[in-house]
Design a protein around this ligand. Structure first.
Ligand SMILES: N[C@@H](CCC(=O)N[C@@H](CS)C(=O)NCC(=O)O)C(=O)O
Length: 117
């Protein structure tokens, strides 16, 4: 597990490897979380409620994954959510984004950015 790309627990929206795969309907979403974390469960529920798929990266017992999360987010709490290249933050940040009505615009922008990162 040292070096190279870190293994993910659950790749929910991996594009089909074959040709003629349909255009994605959403940008990739990553959720760094841990099992015994109520905020992680709430964040996952909120994403699911909005019909969004996500890759869950469990930091339980994975120091390298936690370090990656901290390096990319600048934070040390779970969950940390990334929509495309945008670091959304934790559950509070995600729900505030939703409450402000900014989720659709972020999704559209990051879908347009797909492949640029
Ligand atoms: N306001 C944050 C709270 C996140 C939080 O407190 N998460 C706890 C776990 S549920 C945490 O990371 N505690 C420190 C740790 O596990 O290292 C959010 O909404 O995401």
């Amino acid at each position: 597990m040292e070096g190279g790309e870190l293994p993910r627990d659950k790749k929910v929206n991996e594009p089909a490897a074959m040709s003629a795969s349909p255009a994605p309907s959403q940008p990739p979403i990553e959720l760094f979380g841990s099992t015994l974390c109520p905020y992680c469960h709430m964040a996952k529920r909120l994403l699911t409620k909005h019909g969004l798929e996500f890759t869950e990266v469990s930091v339980d017992f994975h120091r390298a994954r936690r370090e990656e999360m901290e390096a990319r987010s600048g934070r040390d709490t779970v969950p940390q959510i990334f929509i495309g290249a945008t670091h959304v933050g934790g559950f509070d940040d995600l729900s505030a984004l939703v409450a402000r009505g900014e989720l659709p615009a972020l999704l559209a922008r990051e879908l347009g950015n797909d492949g640029s990162h």
